[in-house]
Design a protein around this ligand. Sequence first.
Ligand SMILES: [Zn+2]
Length: 405
Amino acid sequence: MGVLGLDATAGRRSIFSEASGGTVQIAGVEVVQAIQNLAHDVRLIAQKRTVVRVYVKPDGLSRNIRVRAEIAVSSTRVGPEKYIVSRNIVSLRSAAHPELEAQRVNSDESLNIELPPQQVGTLYVRVNRIIPVAMGDDVPISNPDNEVEVHFVSAPPFRIRVVGLRYIDKRPNPPRSFAPDALHFDLLRSYLTRAYPISALEWSQIVVPIGSNVEPPFSDGTQNDPLWQTLAARVLLRLQLIRQADVNAGRDPRTHYYGLIADDSDFFRGRATQVAAAPDPTTVAIGPAGRSRFSWDGDGSYADWYGAHEFGHTLGCRHPGHCNQDRDPLSSFPYPNGRISDAAEGCVGFDIGDSDLGLPMRALPHSDNSDFMTYCENQWVSRHTYNQIFDRLHLEDVQFAPAVG
Ligand SMILES: [Zn+2]
């Protein structure tokens, strides 16, 4: 041994294997959408964007090797397989490769493969190859029987209409008019698509005047803030009337309405007409839109997670009571400190990102991410809220379906 593949019959194998040696163990395969654990306890939703995360454990490598993963997916155990390769690259370290849990909480440390849209049913996923980026043979997989079996279920779409509410601030001379920028609509739309347990978001948007009896200031700054309560009641009523007219004119009665109010003049705190204890898509909500009021959120709009919270109320989600928030006595939120999971459940949040909006794919550890129904920083969805919204949308889908014909 030792001559590096000058003999053509030795092929690629000898060049590579003499250079690196070693094998790789598939330490885990996790099929993720918005939040997941290794047991796949969070249901997977057909037609929702899905990523297979491959975790690896190199063994006996003589140097670091940059690799991609190829997976084989099939809807039956013996059926035809489809091969898909990871877009990203991971370096297999010859020493001190990150442990499984360190890989799970960092999307750059797993080999990530986005699946084509999935139908309802079973999917078998197997890691087929670990492929060096440089020329050379595959790194042998020490556990080729690494198949996982997951199941995709149906979920209805979430139907919403987002109404930008334009107002006039008469305090400057001349008066100024404000409405939410397109960016806030775009980020809200994207966030709900990423974080909600839905097959699709049926979205429409419009901007209308907020009404002549609503103008800044929106708050008197007092504890109970009667000014804000009065104005919020007016705006919510207006939104209910807009919704009712639209439904009378033929819009799907399952459509949820949400009013967006730009924060240029003043911050209009969010509110829903109720926490909908029973399915009720007539429940409407309003909330603020702006760029930089929350320092932890740097994507250019907080209207996204803020809207997810207010829509959550229209779907029956309650305040868990964390980060200067009163706990709703009926809340059954299970995780400490409002986090998206706990160590026992072992879920990691997963934001698939949105390349159109420049949002990267991110893994979100439960140790520092909180449910969007709290008032905490670094918001995402917990399994608890995910399940709650899933169940509610199923009920609404059936109970409020428009009469045929
Ligand atoms: Zn709330």
